[in-house]
Write a protein that binds this ligand. Structure first.
Ligand code: GTP
Ligand code: SPV
Ligand code: MN
Length: 590
């Protein structure tokens, strides 16, 4: 009998995984501080991680990945449904039979000289009706230590599951040989299972995150009438102490963590406005008893982009990373054994190593010191602005949903959808420039509906239909907006100052939700009257703001063609509600 669990489904599955991978040792992760400390020590002894300056960065560690294993690999990520159509044209598909046989050949005996760690984890606050259980089997201590920050792990999770339940996601990960040619991330939504091999980069191997909480969960959400979204969740407190919550979907490395931890500009802060972080990457959303939408952050930590995170841009993130944090692929400052990255604010020193471990001199360097997708893993509870409601079992009520991306020209600073279905259209037709968060070319515009292109576990046309259907189930619909912090001038520079100043746009959004301000109707939806954006204390001119709020008709005609092309990929499966919205847009642009 196993002392950790008597759940026969878990034990039967573990038996199979053990038979396949032949581990030398097996360690169940109980979640105790003692066990985590021992594993941390072991990972330090083998140089898997390195302790940083324990006075300046208490309980912080450093890790480097292989140079060809630094981001999600979308072309190696598969949705393995029985029917190809159920994965849809935007996902890579492999039949479960083929993925199983290929996976088995790679996993065969892969742990024979290694220890297998079995991590029971929970996505969502334990005991919450939103919460769901996963078990990740891995041969990486780095994965265990990261999962300990990003999810709720250990014995409490097994207790939650009980002896009979089969309601858990079976996740198998092995570093194997870290061979790029044999790197695969397989999802079996119909079997509640994930297989990941030959990678050690976060998004590919922390199976609770994108693999479970988005790809598998989006599939479960459609079956069970809820939503799993690539969204931050934040609360905006006004001077009267009332808090309104919004969720926002931006593609990877497009500003979710930064917006979630925003510090309002001085003129707002003085009056008593404040932003509270509920989550920075993923939202699980359900209809509450009162007919409103409620959102929960299924994670318990932040796996955030380091470059660009500094005192000036995101002081809350800098503070959150000042202890109990694992840094991956950032630069090292050898003077005091601390970390550095571009945009941290502190000047570089002469005595540094870049993310590859090579000496790096800012005067002669031709490459960046930190990898553009270098990351910090920090506990959410360390964040100075973490919301008192962040672990609320019933979630927080949403007043607005915001979509956004990186668009150099087309999308205005902000606009509002006319109604829910139009909002779903806006989300479904989002596009954004690619970033370093995924392997491949950076800066290419691609359609990324609801920021879910790489994360939807089923046919995206059915996902759009699910959004439309959810709208019919919500009595008090949140308003839907689109924002773009990334318009550029003729020199390629961002026009809008962004970061904390984005609060001015959130302020307008909340006023719209409270019916306190008018708007101007354009072909694409409602935009603010320039006078309604509070510009006090900002040097941006009124003309520049008006320009940011205007649209170029020709660009939007081109855009509508792009949307049509994208929809055509789905062979008539796009819901009628959305094709009607596209027709409306085209007519409005005539
Ligand atoms: P993932 O964790 O990959 O999902 O990314 P994210 O959406 O949380 O993005 P994050 O907030 O980490 O920001 C990514 C990059 O965009 C960082 O380098 C930021 O400095 C930059 N950024 C964030 N917000 C703004 C903004 O308002 N304006 C500008 N110009 N850059 C921003
Ligand atoms: C993203 O790429 O959207 C991330 C980082 O949040 S990862 O965990 O790699 O997916
Ligand atoms: Mn993300």
């Amino acid at each position: 009998m196993n002392s950790f669990t008597n759940n026969k489904n878990i034990l039967a599955w573990i038996d199979k995984v053990v038979a396949l991978t032949s581990p030398k040792n097996i360690v169940w992760i109980d979640g105790s501080t003692k066990q985590i400390n021992e594993l941390t020590q072991e990972a330090c002894d083998t140089n898997e991680i390195m302790p940083l300056n324990q006075e300046k960065l208490p309980n912080c560690y450093y890790h480097r990945t292989r140079q060809d294993d630094v981001a999600r690999m979308e072309d190696r990520t598969f949705i393995c449904t029985r029917e190809e159509i159920d994965a849809g044209p935007t996902n890579n598909w492999m039949s479960p039979a083929k993925a199983h046989s290929l996976g088995r050949s790679i996993f065969k005996d892969c742990m024979k000289d290694r220890t297998m760690y079995i991590i029971p984890y929970c996505m969502g606050p334990i005991g919450s009706p939103f919460a769901k259980v996963g078990i990740e089997v891995t041969d990486s201590i780095y994965v265990v230590l990261n999962m300990n920050i990003m999810t709720r792990i250990g014995k409490q999770v097994l207790n939650m599951l009980g002896a009979e339940s089969n309601d858990f996601v079976k996740g198998l990960h092995s570093k194997c040989e870290l061979d790029k040619e044999k790197r695969y991330i397989f999802h079996f939504p119909e079997d509640n299972a994930i297989w990941s091999c030959n990678s050690a980069y976060g998004g590919n191997v922390l199976l609770g995150k994108k693999c479970f909480a988005l790809r598998i969960a989006s599939y479960l959400g459609r079956k069970e009438s809820w939503m799993a979204e690539h969204m931050l969740i934040l609360g905006i407190e006004n001077p009267q102490g009332e808090v309104k919550y919004v969720a926002a979907a931006f593609p990877s490395a497009c500003g979710k963590t930064n917006l979630a931890m925003l510090i309002p500009p001085e003129i707002y802060a003085q009056k008593g406005y404040k932003v509270w972080t509920v989550g920075d990457d993923i939202a699980w959303i359900r209809v509450g008893h009162d007919g409103r939408l409620y959102a929960v952050n299924p994670e318990s930590g932040f796996f955030g982009v380091a470059p660009g995170t500094g005192r000036n841009s995101n002081a809350n993130a800098v503070d959150a990373t000042s202890k109990d944090t694992i840094f991956t692929n950032v630069a090292l400052n050898l003077d005091d054994n601390t970390v550095w990255w571009e945009g941290l604010g502190a000047p570089p020193t002469k005595n540094m190593l870049d993310w590859k471990g090579n000496p790096w001199d800012y005067e002669t360097a031709t490459e960046k010191a930190a990898h553009p997708n270098s990351r910090f893993t920090s506990p959410a509870k360390n964040c100075p602005c973490i919301s008192p409601e962040w672990e609320s079992p019933s979630g927080v009520p949403l007043s607005a949903i915001i979509f956004g991306g990186r668009r150099a020209k087309t999308a205005p600073l902000v606009y509002e959808a006319r109604d829910w279905n139009h909002g779903v259209f806006v989300g479904s037709s989002m596009a954004s420039e690619t970033t370093a968060a995924a392997a491949g070319q950076v800066g290419v515009v691609r359609r990324d509906p609801m920021a879910m292109l790489p994360f939807c576990g089923y046919n995206m046309a059915d996902y759009f239909k699910h959004w439309i259907d959810m709208g019919a189930k919500i009595d008090k619909l949140p308003k839907i907006f689109n924002v773009n912090w990334f318009r550029t001038d003729e020199n390629g520079k961002f026009i809008w100052p962004g970061y904390g100043e984005n609060f001015r746009i959130l302020d307008w959004i909340i006023k719209r939700c409270e019916d306190k301000v008018d708007a101007k109707e354009l072909a694409i939806g409602y935009v603010p009257n320039a006078d309604d954006i509070n510009m006090e204390g900002l040097s941006l001119s009124k003309e520049a703001l008006e320009d940011l709020l205007s649209i170029d008709k020709d660009l939007w005609i081109e855009e509508s063609r792009g949307i049509e092309e994208f929809y055509a990929k789905f062979d008539g499966r796009i819901p009628e509600e959305l094709t009607k919205e596209l027709e409306k847009l085209k007519n409005n642009l005539k």
